[in-house]
Design a binder for this molecule. Structure first.
Ligand SMILES: [Zn+2]
Length: 113
């Protein structure tokens, strides 16, 4: 994995909310968060960009790739559907699905928020 890839630049409040949604509902960052309050709550309680930065690298590699490529596609102006099709071809949507099963596995959780 290329270590030079970084999540930089401070975020606006709107972007923070956006990131929180992705982190909680898609990446399940709370599952790897060092803050036990996050895991208990099944959502990151802290500052989303901090939680994101700290926990992103703890995610499985395929999930990291999923996110990085999704963000690149977004920058390149691809529509979500186009990006999704590409990620599906690469098998990364499956990686994400596996991760989400693992994170949510067993517990009949209402992680929807
Ligand atoms: Zn957290």
């Amino acid at each position: 994995m290329d270590k030079s890839r970084q999540l930089t630049s401070p975020l606006s409040a709107k972007e923070e909310a956006w990131l929180r949604g992705w982190g909680n509902n898609w990446l399940h960052l709370w599952h790897v968060c060092a803050n036990t309050a996050c895991e208990r709550a099944r959502c990151c309680r802290g500052n989303p960009s901090n939680c994101f930065k700290e926990n992103f690298w703890r995610l499985p590699e395929g999930v990291q790739d999923w996110w990085v490529l999704l963000m690149e596609a977004r920058k390149d102006g691809l529509s979500f559907d186009e990006a999704w099709a590409e990620l599906t071809d690469l098998g990364l949507v499956d990686e994400l699905a596996n991760w989400r099963d693992l994170a949510c596995g067993g517990a009949a959780s209402g992680a929807v928020n």
